[in-house]
Ligand binder design. Structure first.
Ligand SMILES: Cc1cc2nc3c(=O)[nH]c(=O)nc-3n(C[C@H](O)[C@H](O)[C@H](O)COP(=O)(O)O)c2cc1C
Length: 168
């Protein structure tokens, strides 16, 4: 029996996530894709997992470049998220970038980033799973962009007060 894909989307849309910009480099070519199917898979060894639709153009660049960086977006980055969720060539010209250890582009004002060398690629239905070993990264200040029920939001309560947890 097949499960209704619209219902699956609706159910999983209740799982609020952050939003990331996954970037990669193959030679002189850089590419990026908005992604929330991202997780920390293992601490020892340090492995990060991303799930990528088999139709997405970034697949070729990930396989050729053998690296990816996951840039955690801030609440101010909604326009970047929309731009990199649109099929076709990606315009990095208005974005301030640095370069990670793997050569992957790093969003200079990301909330945090983690830079990975590709270790494994697995099949996962209409997506492929890319597992990378973390080789670099850092954490900055800021409030994250959240994706919930198919819409963007931030970490605010009903009075508009920022509900960021205190830094530990
Ligand atoms: C909030 C959000 C999260 C997304 N997460 C993923 C994801 O985890 N994996 C994926 O393959 N596509 C995801 N997408 C869709 C891609 O960003 C979109 O298909 C993009 O156009 C792919 O670009 P490309 O074809 O240039 O690689 C997401 C889109 C949005 C708006």
């Amino acid at each position: 029996m097949t499960f209704d894909s619209k219902l699956q989307r609706k159910i999983m849309g209740c799982f609020a996530t952050g939003v990331t910009l996954v970037t990669t480099r193959s030679g002189d070519d850089i590419w990026g894709m908005t992604a929330n199917a991202v997780m920390s898979l293992s601490l020892d060894p340090p492995l990060i997992l991303i799930a990528v639709d088999r139709r997405n153009a970034i697949q070729k660049y990930l396989r050729d470049g053998q690296c990816f960086a996951v840039n955690m977006l801030r609440v101010e980055h909604e326009a970047i998220s929309n731009a990199f969720a649109t099929p076709g060539p990606k315009d990095f010209s208005q974005i301030s970038l640095t370069v990670g250890e793997t050569g992957a582009p790093i969003l200079a004002d990301a909330m945090a980033y983690i830079d990975c060398r590709l270790e494994h690629t697995l099949s996962g239905g209409d997506h492929d799973i890319f597992i990378g070993r973390a080789v670099g990264g850092s954490v900055n200040e800021g409030s994250p962009l959240i994706f919930f029920k198919g819409k963007y939001c931030g970490l605010f309560d009903e009075t508009g007060v920022d509900r960021l947890p205190a830094d530990s």
